[in-house]
Design a binder for this molecule. Structure first.
Ligand code: SF4
Ligand code: SF4
Length: 239
């Protein structure tokens, strides 16, 4: 009985991983078409990583896809990442405060390679894919609350005036990613009746431990959120 439960769990993980793969490809195609249509080249390129110290949120289906790349970072680094994020969430239980503190408190994503390339590029979550900019990358790394960044902040406000954007990032890809994340939750509903979304290290820890949506899980917002079909509409990736 236990064994058949395990087989079912592996099958579910594979099924959701395949769905995430397919939907991430759809997002990439959408973005390619959008860039070609607008003739506005993006600054984003291999080795550009000023956004890689932001908190990354993933859906359960994406966590299933990422299961195979956890071994890309040493076990101790992974465990320490999870611990630090969990501790930060107890200090900042409100999502906005948690996201703001993350950049300084946690720092760069452990999947970032030493030459500034994403070590899991083909697998990277929607939260990473949706942040694209036409501005110099230094704008993506600025702390706009810091007085030292006042001049850049003013420049950004001027740029924002004529653009559909969220901070230095284009708003269209963020909206498209949110649509796709809602579909990923629907994929989880078909399997489990509910879905979950949460902080990248926490979700990877859960998928590695064999946990699944619908189980009682030891985390709560801002690092883990259970999503029910009736409130799925309001959910989407946040950077
Ligand atoms: S979002 Fe900004 S920092 Fe990230 S890859 Fe694009 S330009 Fe570089
Ligand atoms: S997964 Fe890759 S793109 Fe995303 S934050 Fe980490 S290194 Fe950057």
């Amino acid at each position: 009985m236990v064994e058949s439960g395990l087989v079912l769990s592996i099958e579910n993980t594979k099924k959701l991983a395949a769905s995430a793969r397919y939907r991430l490809n759809l997002f990439d195609s959408w973005l390619d078409r959008r860039v070609k249509r607008d003739h506005h080249p993006l600054t984003c390129a291999k080795g550009c990583f000023a956004c890689c110290d932001l908190s990354v949120t993933v859906s359960w289906a994406e966590a299933c896809l990422l299961r195979s790349v956890i071994s890309n970072i040493p076990n101790g680094t992974f465990t320490s990442w999870v611990d630090r994020v969990v501790k930060l969430s107890s200090r900042y239980p409100e999502e906005d405060a948690f996201l703001e503190a993350y950049r300084c408190a946690i720092g760069t994503c452990p999947f970032l390679g030493i030459t500034g390339e994403c070590g899991i590029y083909a697998f990277r979550p929607l939260s990473c894919r949706m942040l694209v900019s036409e501005l110099p990358s230094r704008y993506c790394g600025l702390n706009y609350n810091a007085t030292a960044n006042e001049a850049e902040h003013r420049e950004l406000l001027i740029w924002q005036d004529g653009n559909d954007c969220m901070g230095p990032w284009l708003a269209g890809p963020v909206r498209e990613a949110r649509k796709i994340e809602r579909i990923l939750h629907q994929d989880s509903f078909h399997v489990y009746g509910v879905s979950i979304r949460g902080s990248l290290p926490v979700m990877l820890g859960l998928v590695r431990a064999g946990a699944e949506p619908g189980m009682e899980l030891p985390y709560s917002p801002p690092i883990l959120e259970v999503i029910h079909p009736l409130d799925a509409e309001k959910h989407g990736s946040s950077p």
